[in-house]
Write a new protein. Structure first.
Lengths: 211, 211, 211
């Protein structure tokens, strides 16, 4: 990866890791796990997506376990949640906002890293972006014993896919500036929040006996 | 892998991907997920086993994310399910038939790819075949919040293991013809359907207080 | 890895695999899975942690699928459980003891293998040790449909982390003798059993309305 992207890559990774750690920690607090359960779920939610990304593109060992800055951000997110979590009644909404921010940061960070790795096709780079973005949340929800948010009602994977497509197209056009990356992340966040606030749902299957 | 097997490998992969996508999509329809939930669960069920296989044997990035034909087959399977799924009451049985077909295709495709990869022992190739075959279904069931079929009553992993053994033995004997591969896949399917229809169960643990 | 550690590595792996296979098998027996469900859950619990470790440090194919001794130990553990499991009422406590032994063996085996792999930092080696130790149990619990033990009440990941830290520090000091490794494994086991028996819990989050 050209050095000019290294800072954006790290910043996006750090943002995604921290907010997904908060999101994982809040789910753990809601389930009344203990301090270490909160830390483990925070780290799983925060680092899971990036670790899967690195396994898929062959960056071994994954930065999620080898870079102490990401590890520290994940643990810090878990600790902050444990100490300062707001009332349980306000948690559900807050988890969704954090989740949307992490979705944007990780979709862009994931597709950026994939598209700048030799041997990864554009199509694969988009998919790696989506997997990076939704992977941590899936791990969080499976460990906490609930059906992953990505399979639930509101549009979730689609904003991540659009953001990844923007990054991959920009890479093809040779215009991977920092502002493109942050704009792509912002678009993912905005679309996701729009879907949550307007209760925009993707269509559901027709029943056999339609009404 | 010798070029002569490449077509069988791709055909088996495509068959397995498409039917596992249908199977994943049907589970999602049954759970009333939305369009994108159906597509995600279809892709997870369809590509999960092959991605795990490629991670285990070091084929990076895995074909499940890099080959657009497999991706398209998976998405198509999900879309077909979403649009044309039969009545919910007929779904359970149909999922099982598709699952048996995918089990056969993936057991053979997985062990074939493993046994033709340098450095993978025959024993490991059999295990990789089984993991390829059951992996997608496990991912599907875990994401949908149900105990994986492979752990449930009827014989499930055993047909996949027998099919993988046939492929690995044929490779040792130097007779990996296409008809051997398709026969092995057919045997897995037939054994699995036999187990379902006859309600053949593997033995269950004795209770402490036997009757 | 220096040859002198190879025997300790294998012994620790075998101990961990066998006791985690018993632990996985007992959970399966408790859930009334059939013979092959018991074998699959035993193998998943026994080999899952080591397979994840090898994927993370790039040892492909993972020894968990390529070494017939580990596979045999896992299958044997499942079979023993199936045939000779004690009364269901005594199972819960026994699972915990086995789990503690596996935790110790795998924390040490995992961090030892990671710290002797070129390119893996000390911090990453500790984390790989913890993931090796808790990974199999997480896979076991997720497949069996229960919230992973590592997120539940008593101190669980912390003993594994302490054991991994001991191994990594010993490696830094150049004193990776066999007795150090076995002592580290014993310390993990003792701390974990202490936590279980004294019902030592990590702190839980404060409620919004503290009492």
């Amino acid at each position: 990866m050209p050095t000019s992207f290294a800072s954006a890559q790290l910043a996006l990774d750090l943002v995604g890791v921290f907010v997904f750690a908060l999101s994982g920690g809040l789910v753990a607090v809601k389930k009344r796990f203990d301090l270490f359960g909160v830390l483990v779920l925070a780290c799983a939610a925060a680092l899971g997506g990036g670790i899967v990304r690195d396994l898929l593109i062959g960056d071994i060992p994954p930065v999620g376990i080898s870079d102490w800055r990401l590890l520290t951000a994940a643990a810090l997110g878990g600790l902050v949640t444990f100490l300062f979590h707001p009332g349980v009644e306000r948690i559900t909404r807050f988890v969704r906002v954090l989740d949307a921010a992490g979705l944007g940061a990780f979709a862009v960070a994931g597709s950026l890293k994939a598209v700048t790795t030799p041997g990864v096709s554009p199509v694969a780079a988009v998919l790696v972006g989506v997997i990076t973005a939704v992977g941590g949340g899936v791990v969080r929800d499976v460990l906490a014993g609930q059906v992953p948010e990505v399979l639930r009602r509101e549009l979730y994977a689609v904003p991540a896919m659009l953001g990844s497509v923007v990054v991959v197209v920009a890479a093809q056009l040779g215009s991977l500036q920092d502002w493109v990356l942050w704009t792509a992340a912002g678009v993912v966040f905005a679309l996701r929040m729009l879907a949550v606030h307007l209760h925009l749902n993707a269509p559901t299957p027709l029943r056999s006996n339609p009404t």
